[in-house]
Design a protein around this ligand. Structure first.
Ligand code: C2E
Ligand code: MG
Ligand code: MG
Length: 722
């Protein structure tokens, strides 16, 4: 207990006024206990607050009869003023003991005897202390009660909140499977849903550590994330992960793993939340299967094939690919004659057979649609493998298919493309294969052809040329060059062959080999051929009018097979001749040998009519079509044009004796049938001399003149004259 200053037994002599003395007592009291109060009052305010209490003590000291009990209220008042510290009580008792009688013993009315006042002071202290203690206990009790009450309220509040959270938690994770494991992977807790998900045996789930659930289809990241999480470098991860159930079947999950830390933030547990995605995945797989497979044959379809091809083409530099593009020959005829149901069964059979050809790893067969199939092979050795694959395919197609009690022979044409990965894209490869397949088809089918860039480029322009042909004729993009035909015995010009050209706006001048087959294919050859006939007959007529000397110049015009079949061939030719005024004997129509092989009377009739009118018919390219010489007798032809291949044999020195014998034989046979013989492709004087000796009548070739503009015939005639 500390008693503040002024501990002398004498109060200040100047303080005669009892009120001043009382205030002085309050000051001393307040100085003694202020440091140990918990009041929010200032020191001066606190002193003011003690003043009535001091007055109360003074009154008790002087009261008659003396009763110390009211001092208890002063004690209680101290507690009420937050002077609850035990030091506050002892300091108060000390102040009362030392100063109450000293400053308040004489209140100016009835001075107390000293003994009496000391006794009274002691009792006042006692009452004050008990009042203080009681008040303090009551206050503590009520405080505790308030704490307890609020604790109670708080707990139920918290419980209510917790309950709500839990309900929400349960609602959110009702069907979720949850498991907790330590950082070594030991499974500590799993809920029922998780156990059910894994097949129903809790032991099965708990007997493995988390990091033992490895599956071959795990994503490459899953174990990396796992390691990071257990090291505390990652708070959570989410992956799609497969597991084995206890019966060995596969469970697919959406797995979310979170790291749980302790109060200090140290990694402690891992919490796994799993969602069973097996069904959804199966559905997705099924949808994907349907989207990537052909419904009829079950083979991969165009979509899947493109995916694989793109993958093969994107592979690293050492790998190659080989592609067989198959189109069945004559499938449309089978479909039309036997019906679509039979056609479908045939396709299924073909698909099965194809599948049996491509069973090695890296090989696949797909149906692109209709009767088009592809077989793909990948790896380092596709150069040899792809041809073998194509042979195998043609081989399996070779066995007849039994359909509705008949045996059908299925054949196909295959375009083969092979090459290193990384050079072309899938569309380019497929286009090349398609073009090559058409080449195989037009070469007769039932075969495979290898793609070659030049052929591809030609085919690509072929398509463009075909579509541009009709407009080209209207725009007058065609023109004719004339190549002289020369008498071998005297070198005079006998006539000229009209050879058509196309002055294409982009590709420049194109030879007939580039567009005549296209014009034949589309039927445009009929109007084009009519134009060539008109134009060259007009030209021949012009020559005849200008150059009457040296005999009439003749004109040779080529006829394509399609023109031969045209019903108005005779009528139109007659019309053209009549309008130009050229006599029929000045016109020679050249028909290629192959068009007349096996021709029946119907086909020969128009030619016979023209021949009877005096028009010459020449059998062009003779020697390339294996025509039976004995047959020549029944054809309405008057000229044989020996193909350039015969003259080629005469280019070497000495000339091939066999060729010479053949030509000699043909010439004598032709002459015995009253046919004139013209030779094509004479390029040297030596050839010309040989052919003359062999008895050929006329010749044509670069030795005399290349095909050229019509006026060049004049200079040739002039040269002859010289
Ligand atoms: P063809 O009737 O056999 O024509 C002869 C071809 O041989 C011409 O080729 C000619 O330029 C070429 N030739 C001539 N002399 C020589 C020579 O000494 N050496 C070599 N290497 N070649 C020579 P071109 O003009 O390319 O005509 C090719 C084919 O196109 C013709 O063969 C003919 O079948 C067809 N053709 C040309 N014009 C027409 C036409 O107006 N209508 C039809 N339907 N076909 C035509
Ligand atoms: Mg010709
Ligand atoms: Mg020819």
């Amino acid at each position: 207990m500390s008693i503040p200053a002024q501990s002398s037994g004498t109060p200040d002599t100047e303080l005669d006024d009892p009120e001043d003395r009382l205030r002085r007592f309050a000051t001393i009291w307040s100085r003694a206990i202020f440091p140990s109060t918990a009041t929010s009052l200032t020191r001066a305010e606190f002193e003011q607050h003690l003043l009535p209490l001091a007055r109360g003590l003074s009154d008790i000291l002087h009261a008659r009869p003396f009763d110390a009990a009211p001092a208890a209220e002063v004690g209680a008042a101290l507690v009420a003023a937050h002077c609850t510290d035990p030091d506050a009580l002892s300091s108060t008792l000390g102040v009362v003991d030392s100063y109450l009688v000293l400053y308040c013993g004489s209140n100016g009315v009835t001075p107390l005897p000293t003994e009496d006042s000391r006794a009274r002071c002691a009792r006042i202290q006692h009452a004050l202390a008990s009042g203080f203690t009681r008040a303090l206990r009551e206050r503590t009790l009520s405080e505790q009660e308030a704490i307890a009450r609020s604790a109670l309220t708080a707990r139920s509040d918290a419980e209510r909140a917790l309950h709500a959270t839990e309900a929400r938690f349960r609602a959110v994770f009702k069907d979720a499977a949850i498991g907790i494991a330590d950082l070594d992977g030991n499974v500590l807790e799993v809920n029922d849903t998780l156990t059910r998900m894994f097949g129903g045996l809790e032991h099965h789930v708990r007997s493995h550590k988390v990091n033992e659930w490895v599956h071959p289809e795990d994503s490459p990241y899953v174990w990396k994330y796992y390691e990071e999480l257990v090291r505390g470098e990652r708070e959570h991860y989410r992956v799609e992960k497969p597991y084995y159930r206890n019966d060995g079947t596969v469970l697919w999950t959406n797995l979310t793993v979170s790291l749980l830390r302790d109060a200090e933030g140290k990694p402690q547990y891992q919490l796994a939340l799993m969602e069973d995605t097996t069904e959804r995945r199966l559905l997705n797989l099924r949808l994907r299967y349907e989207a990537t497979h052909d419904a009829l044959t079950g083979l991969p379809n165009r979509t899947l094939f493109f995916e694989r091809l793109e993958k093969a083409l994107a592979a690293d530099d050492s790998s190659r690919f080989g592609l067989c593009y198959l189109d069945l020959d004559g499938f449309k005829a089978i479909n039309d004659s036997l019906g679509h149901a039979s056609g479908d069964r045939l396709l299924v059979e073909v698909a099965d057979r194809l599948q049996s050809c491509a069973t090695a790893p890296g090989e696949m067969v797909a149906r692109l649609g209709g009767d088009e199939f592809v077989a793909l092979t990948t790896g380092p050795d596709t150069e040899t493998e792809v041809a073998e694959l194509a042979c195998r395919i043609l081989g399996v197609l070779g066995t007849p298919v039994r359909l509705d009690g008949r045996e059908l022979t299925v054949r196909g044409s295959i375009g083969v493309v092979e090459g290193p990965a990384g050079e072309r894209n899938a569309a380019e490869v497929l286009r090349s294969a398609d073009i090559t397949m058409y080449r195989a088809k037009s070469a007769g089918g039932n075969r495979f052809e290898l793609a070659d860039d030049e052929a591809d480029a030609r085919a690509i322009t072929r398509h463009g040329l075909t579509t541009a042909l009709p407009a080209a004729l209207e725009r007058g993009e065609f023109f004719i060059e004339y190549q002289p035909l020369v008498h071998l015995d005297d070198g005079t010009v006998h006539g000229a062959e009209a050879l058509v050209r196309w002055c294409h706006p982009q590709h420049g001048v194109l030879g007939p080999d580039r567009f005549i087959p296209l014009a034949e294919h589309t039927g445009l050859i009929v109007p084009l051929g009519r134009w060539v006939l008109e134009e060259s007959v007009r030209q021949a007529n012009f020559w005849q009018e200008r150059h009457t000397d040296g005999g009439p110049l003749r004109i040779n015009v080529n006829l394509s097979p399609t023109q031969l079949h045209h019903p108005r061939l005779v009528a139109e030719t007659v019309d053209v001749l009549e309008r130009s005024g050229l006599e029929p004997g000045a016109l020679c129509l050249e028909v290629t040998e192959s068009a007349l092989i096996g021709a029946d009377e119907d086909l020969l009739k128009p030619l016979r009519q023209l021949a009877e009118m005096g028009v010459d018919i020449a059998l062009d390219d003779f020697g390339t079509g294996y025509s039976n010489l004995a047959n020549l007798r029944r054809l309405p032809v008057s000229v044989l044009k020996l193909d350039r291949s015969f003259t080629l044999g005469m280019q070497q020195h000495p000339a091939d004796p066999v060729d010479l014998k053949i030509v000699e034989g043909i010439v004598s046979l032709a002459h015995s049938l009253d046919l004139a013989v013209t030779v094509e492709g004479v390029e040297t004087g030596a050839q010309a001399e040989q052919l003359r000796k062999l008895g050929c009548d006329t010749a044509q070739g670069w030795y005399y003149a290349r095909p050229g503009a019509p006026d060049r015939i004049h200079s040739l005639l002039l040269a002859d004259a010289v």
